[in-house]
Design a binder for this molecule. Sequence first.
Ligand code: PLP
Length: 371
Amino acid sequence: MTSLSIIPFTRGVPPAESFPKAKLAECATAVLMEYGDEVLQYAAAQGFRPLRAHIAAEAGAHEDQVIVGQGSLQLLDLLARMMIRPGDVAYTEEPSYDRAITVLRRAGARVVGIPLQDDGPDMQVVEERLQNGERPVLFYLVPDFQNPSGSVMAAWKRQRVAELAREYQFWAVEDLPYRRLRYRGTDLPTLRDFAPERVVQMSSYSKLISPGLRVGYAVLPFDLAGPLAKMAEDTYINASYLNQAVVYEFIRRGWLEPHLEYLRTLYRPRLEAMLDALEEHFVNQATWQRPDGGFFVGLYLNGSVRAEDLLRQASEVGIRLTDGRGFFANGGGDGFIRLPFCALTPEEIREGIRRLASIPLLSMSAEVAEE
Ligand SMILES: Cc1ncc(COP(=O)(O)O)c(C=O)c1O
């Protein structure tokens, strides 16, 4: 890396060195030989059966409750279009995954952002809104290593949201693409563990094997699975069985677990470099989560800045940032910076955070804070 190269703190994508190319090539050859006639043909919209059976067994669900689609985002889009009528309310955490907010809005939802605390959404706000008669159709949550903040939802909040979903008859949609990328600590229960009949669980192999394969899935209550499969069929007939079979073969050969272990070894030092660099440069200027996994650390700057100024000054010192406002459904987010660390080396991370701290807007606010 030269000192002049631009450091991108933009989208959270896995790095090229994480892709198990040779193993995937072996899997692709094997599945074409073994299931070629099936995977090269049109097929049922629910997805490649052996993979669905595997996902169902992992989730403690029935195979008919699993739909494998073209990445999880497209399944969320179909789900949103199926559930939401114009003007319906959908809750998200605030901040939340920007593309999910877009998808919900496009389906006609009035998206209400529930302020995110260190341990998940502010439950007092949720309870008050529900008691005041606002009934969301769904509540979209990323409970494990949230995109964009890195936060993890406390177990009691998972349980409470599941109970409220049952009581107020909304769907809790938990999106878990980072759950298995835990570098320290132990897993918490999922929302689905508490109320499987009110929870849609979504996840994906994008962050675990490769996003280019576009293999994501949803585990749904029985009464939603059929209609969602019909939506999928009427939209794209079926998602690629070849790709789904490649993923299945990778798992069947026992290669996923060691691969996840490799990813954890690759990403853990990147997370540590990020947390150390923030500690070194931002103690007086910002607050942030200290996640045990995932792809992101979200930085909340103290004081007020304008997103336009922040983005401009960042690019002047050789870093690229995503506009924080996109993660906030109800406005704000000017001073929020999502910092994806997985596709950068520890050296790039340290240099990038040093550059970020050097931008005039932030060095000024640090001086004020120190006074
Ligand atoms: C929370 C979350 N959900 C969904 C996705 C998209 O996943 P997929 O590639 O399975 O569509 C992402 C990708 O960044 C994400 O962060």
